[in-house]
Unconditional design. Structure first.
Length: 361
């Protein structure tokens, strides 16, 4: 089966590290809307919106932003990827998910994330030492209340709420909800225990480091006796340029992307003294065939995505295209190339009976 290929955004408002230019919040919202419209126009499958808080974001409420995107698109799937369930009421999330699923004609799904930023835990009064327990309880309750019929919700962090019933979505909660994972045994086993798809969020390192987690997820699904097919997705930063843009398109793409990606890609925000920016050589290693980042000319990106799809068994690939002050025109170019050139070639890369693709270099 062909994987879904799409884009995602965190809606960050960051200065261009080369010019210092800072977009306005309204400007960034306009950019996000244009990214979604462009993604649909070139035939991509999905647009994902992450959740972030503070003055440097325009995606504090991914459902509200996705509601706007649903009004300017007609076909493309929409995903809250990811929504931080640790800091939100699961009933409220279920209500938003149900309503927006109706508004979008069933195009919506949710990636439930635990969240990792200490400042967000402080902002929403979540004790850091309890965040795992809070997330797991709220995920249980979210799935309960999304099922048809009334639910009784009781937990360590919630008083008993009896006979909670929301409008039916007409969809299995396991179709509506994925579980986010940054690559840990606990997170992938949690996803398998609920029969949910797992969305791997990767910012740095070698992509082969994910193989043990994907294997553990699939083995756990079988161990739990889950008869649904395993769903594995990957969310990763990307930048694509035309093959004829330079004599060495991979090197040209790396040099173009480096100032923006290195300004904070690995830290989910601006780089800090404890987590300094990559040098050009360090960043190039992240973009190499063994690295996680998807940066290069069209041919190199097709080759890398084909290998990732095969080796990880991916059903969904989300590429974050608007990184840390990256010029909007550059992000739009990546979206257009993904839909017009990468996606058609990716779907032709591996036909039944052929050997799976292998990365060169």
């Amino acid at each position: 089966m062909n994987p879904q290929l799409g884009i995602m955004t965190w809606g960050d408002i960051a200065p261009d590290p080369l010019t210092g230019q800072l977009p306005s919040p309204s400007g960034r919202l306009t950019h996000v809307l244009e990214l979604a419209r462009t993604a649909e126009s070139v035939g991509l499958d999905i647009v994902g919106v992450g959740e972030g808080h503070g003055a440097h974001r325009v995606n504090q409420d991914p459902f509200l932003l996705l509601s706007a995107l649903s009004r300017v698109t007609e076909r493309i799937r929409l995903s809250a990827a990811a929504s931080v369930l640790t800091t939100a009421d699961p009933v409220r999330i279920a209500e938003q998910l149900s309503l927006l699923s109706l508004l979008s004609n069933g195009r919506l799904d949710l990636v439930a994330g635990r969240g990792a930023l200490p400042q967000d835990q402080d902002l929403f009064a979540v004790p850091s030492h309890l965040r795992e327990e809070i997330f797991e309880e709220r995920l249980d309750q979210l799935l309960d209340v999304l099922r048809p019929g009334p639910s009784d919700l009781l937990g360590d962090f919630r008083d008993h709420a009896r006979d909670v019933e929301l409008p039916a979505t007409g969809r299995d909660p396991r179709d509506l909800v994925w579980a986010a994972s940054s690559g840990s045994p606990r997170s992938v086993l949690r996803a398998a225990g609920h029969g949910l798809g797992v969305m791997l969020n990767v910012m740095e390192g070698e992509w082969r480091n994910l193989l043990p987690y994907v294997k553990a997820y699939r083995e756990a699904l079988r161990g739990f006796g889950d008869r649904t097919s395993a769903r594995v997705g990957l969310a990763v930063p990307a930048l694509v340029i035309p093959d004829d843009a330079a004599a060495d398109p991979w090197r040209a793409a790396v040099e173009l992307a480096h100032p923006y990606f290195s300004a904070g890609t690995r830290t989910y925000g601006a780089a800090s003294p404890e987590d300094p920016t990559w040098t050009l050589d360090e960043f190039a290693a992240q973009c190499a065939p063994t690295g996680s980042l998807v940066v290069g000319g069209v041919s190199e990106v097709v080759e890398k995505l084909a290998v990732l799809r095969h080796e990880l068994g991916l059903e969904r690939i989300l590429l974050r295209v608007d990184i840390n002050g990256l010029p909007h025109d550059t992000a739009i170019q990546t979206v257009r190339l993904l839909g017009e050139q990468v996606l058609p070639q990716l779907r032709e890369q591996h036909m039944p009976g052929e050997d799976p693709p292998r990365l060169h270099g």
